[in-house]
Design a protein around this ligand. Structure first.
Ligand code: FDA
Length: 288
């Protein structure tokens, strides 16, 4: 989005990002935990081109895992393969994520591998599969807009994968991704049903009440236990729905991003919901 001025994006970011430092992220997780929610911490950053950048991210994530344990937070971590070297060398990325999964295992914690654009899908699933053969405490994300996802969910379910399902946030060609939002929602429900029938723990990551409703329907029809799935939402998005789900007794995890590389993340949020820009502009005008 070339037209988004950085100060505007910075204003928007306050809502979606815990802060630029780990201490701010820890405070946010404490607040969420006190309000009955779990969290997943994400160190902002993607598309690393240097091994040193990847190593810095690994070091920071190890610090996060140590902090979670020391401060007794209810949080796991979410990692982006391209931040950890996927664009440099697949094996480097595998080794970096493995270090984190191992670091998480000794602390009784869990690593979720985020899914990036479709050029990364096969390599990400490959890395996950290698790790899954060795570890239980690692999960992956599948995007409902991709035409391939049903086959991926079937294959991953056989491996006993812990899945986060989401719509998918990147702009993809029609050849590989559904464009019609109704079809994406129907496919989301189909993936949820497939994973639930295979008795896999899933994170239903959405703010869309229709997707939430389809989940309720499946839970009812398939007799799914509330401990066998969780809803997941992004920090700063639809806190009202979040509260409704928590009050109704559902497990809810909030994705808490932090770090200095907030610009790319917030541009994506703004692109997804350009109305936010209008709200922010109105707020700025009121201030002036
Ligand atoms: P939809 O986009 O239809 O939004 C439903 C409603 O939610 C909107 O009408 C609006 O009111 C509100 N809303 C949605 N986005 C908003 C925003 N930015 N600001 C304000 N309101 C908003 N994607 C991906 O490709 N790979 C990944 O690894 C992840 N990981 C991930 C983790 C978690 C915990 C979540 C919740 C989401 C992701 N995503 C993701 C993003 C996901 O793919 C998707 O783009 C967003 O969740 C938006 O889709 P919804 O299902 O919320 O529906």
């Amino acid at each position: 989005m070339p037209l988004a001025p950085k100060p505007l994006v910075a204003m928007v970011s306050r809502r979606y990002i815990a802060g630029s430092e780990i201490e701010q992220a820890v405070d946010k997780v404490k607040q969420l935990n006190a309000a009955g929610m779990t969290a997943t911490l994400d160190l902002l950053g993607e598309s690393s081109t240097l091994e040193q950048e990847c190593q810095a991210a690994v070091d920071e994530y190890l610090l996060i895992l140590e902090t979670i344990e020391r401060q007794d937070l209810d949080s796991n971590i979410s990692v982006k393969p391209t931040q950890l070297g996927l664009l440099i060398d697949t094996d480097l990325c595998y080794r970096n994520i493995r270090t984190l999964v191992e670091g998480a295992r000794v602390r009784n914690n869990f690593v979720r591998i985020d899914m990036e654009d479709s050029s990364c899908t096969s390599a990400t699933i490959e890395i996950f599969s290698r790790l899954r053969a060795e570890f239980d405490n690692v999960g992956i994300v599948i995007q409902a807009y991709l035409r391939r996802s049903l086959e991926d969910v079937k294959r991953l379910a056989k491996m006993g994968a812990n899945l986060r399902l989401c719509k998918g946030i990147y702009i993809e060609p029609r050849k590989i991704a559904f464009r019609d939002p109704e079809i994406v929602n129907l496919n989301f429900a189909l993936l949820t049903e497939t994973a639930m029938k295979a008795s896999r723990y899933i994170g239903v990551a959405t703010h869309d009440e229709q997707v939430v409703w389809h989940t309720f329907r499946l839970v009812e029809q398939l007799g799914i236990n509330r401990d066998d799935f969780e809803f997941q939402m992004l920090l700063g998005v639809d806190e009202e729905l979040r509260q409704i789900l928590v009050d109704a007794g559902y497990r809810l995890r909030v994705y808490v991003p932090y770090g200095k590389q907030w610009y790319a993340y917030c541009k994506r949020r703004l692109k997804e919901n350009p109305r936010i820009g209008t709200y922010v502009l109105k707020a700025m005008l009121r201030l002036s």
